[in-house]
Design a protein around this ligand. Structure first.
Ligand code: TLP
Length: 354
């Protein structure tokens, strides 16, 4: 049975060009700053997003940790949207390991309101110090929604006017840029740090990067070491990340097209609740009418037919399908067919015979 893997774009496999680059990678000891491929990746990533410096990290989560911990002290407060990946999906790592306190504000559409952010800032005096605001673009738990450079600037201006720094979880920043038709550097111009991932839509096997000014990145490098994330001959994986950066950004629009195709197809199936117009990147978020079927049962029945999708936040009624380099338009049509068969009660064997 062919498997259509839509649980995440983290399932992308390295391209032949990446594997060649990995085999040929020039390496050194990165903890000594002597891995030429890592150094090249860090310079190139910083250049692409218009920041001074960058530090290569093993995961997006460590990118966020380095961003948060390099700009806060224990006891500080960090303002975050309630659906932020940092809040919902990272085991509370920034708060546990950094000793910082989350000040959570609503962000159902992918961006906290200016009023809520302003109200969450602590006054001076015997209060915790508000040190950082974190944004996310595209927003995973809000269905891959994007925020514009102007929206980002408005929050950053508010924060900076109060001496507060801004970190952007840009795990999928190039998806956001592709969806908005702008350069990623425009979307991150007003934030102090941004982390983005090579291992999602860009299809590299490992790694993320934190970019920012030289001083902050130097602090982040110490945080990376503290977390056990400083690597050695990481040039082997950085080589694939360089290919990801140079060759895979321009094709993200294809993933957005397949996501739209999936959203529209699902929208035609009775029992699926989806607003296809809201699907602007590679993440498709939808619900199953509970009167038609339980979301978990739907997910399981799809998996039995080879279609793998994920469930938001483990137990939410919302389901998620993410398109990427390893899924084709034909796979999407097959996925729509499977979803239709599951909801119409067509037996699995008939579904498998496609
Ligand atoms: N997200 C994963 C899961 O954790 C949900 C996924 O499959 O989408 N920021 C954002 C916005 C993310 O979506 C993710 C990964 C991360 C950070 C963390 O990246 P990794 O998994 O490399 O630590």
């Amino acid at each position: 049975m062919k498997v259509i893997e839509l649980r995440s774009d983290t399932f992308t496999t390295p391209t032949p060009a990446m594997r060649r680059a990995m085999a040929a990678a020039e390496v050194g000891d990165d903890q000594y700053g002597e891995d030429p491929t890592v150094n090249r990746l860090e310079r190139r990533a910083a250049e692409i997003v218009g920041k001074e410096a960058a530090v290569y990290v093993p995961s997006g989560m460590m990118g966020n940790l380095c961003g948060v911990l390099s700009q806060t002290q224990r006891g500080d407060e960090v303002i975050l949207g309630d659906l932020a990946h940092i809040v919902q999906n990272e085991m509370g790592a920034s708060f546990v390991l950094g000793g910082v306190v989350p000040r959570v504000v609503p962000n159902r559409d992918g961006l906290p309101s200016l009023e809520d952010v302003a109200a969450a800032v602590r006054p001076q005096g015997m209060f915790p110090r508000t040190a950082l605001v974190c944004l996310e673009n595209s927003h995973n738990n809000c269905g891959g929604t994007v925020i514009t450079a102007a929206q980002t600037k408005a929050v950053a201006d508010l924060a900076h006017a109060r001496g507060i720094r801004v970190h952007l979880d840009g795990a999928r920043i190039f998806n956001a840029a592709a969806a908005l038709g702008v350069e990623a550097r425009e979307l991150v111009r007003d934030v102090d740090t941004v982390q983005f991932c090579f291992s999602k839509g860009l299809a590299a096997p490992v790694g993320s990067i934190l970019c920012g000014d030289g001083d902050t990145v130097a602090k982040a490098r110490r945080v990376r070491k503290l977390l056990g994330g400083a690597m050695r001959q990481a040039g082997v994986i950085a080589a694939a990340a360089l290919v990801a950066l140079e060759e895979m950004r321009d094709r993200l629009v294809e993933d957005h097209r397949t996501a739209k195709r999936l959203a529209e197809g699902l929208g035609r199936i009775p029992g699926v609740r989806i607003d296809a117009a809201r699907v602007v990147t590679n993440i498709v978020s939808f619900e199953i009418d509970p009167a038609a079927m339980d979301a978990g049962a739907f997910q399981k029945a799809c998996a039995e037919r080879g279609l793998r999708i994920s469930r938001y936040l483990g137990s939410s009624p919302r389901l998620r399908a993410v398109t990427h380099n390893d899924v084709t338009a034909e796979d999407i049509d097959a996925a729509i067919a499977i979803a239709g068969q599951v909801l119409s009660g067509t037996p699995a064997a008939a579904g498998a015979a496609r």
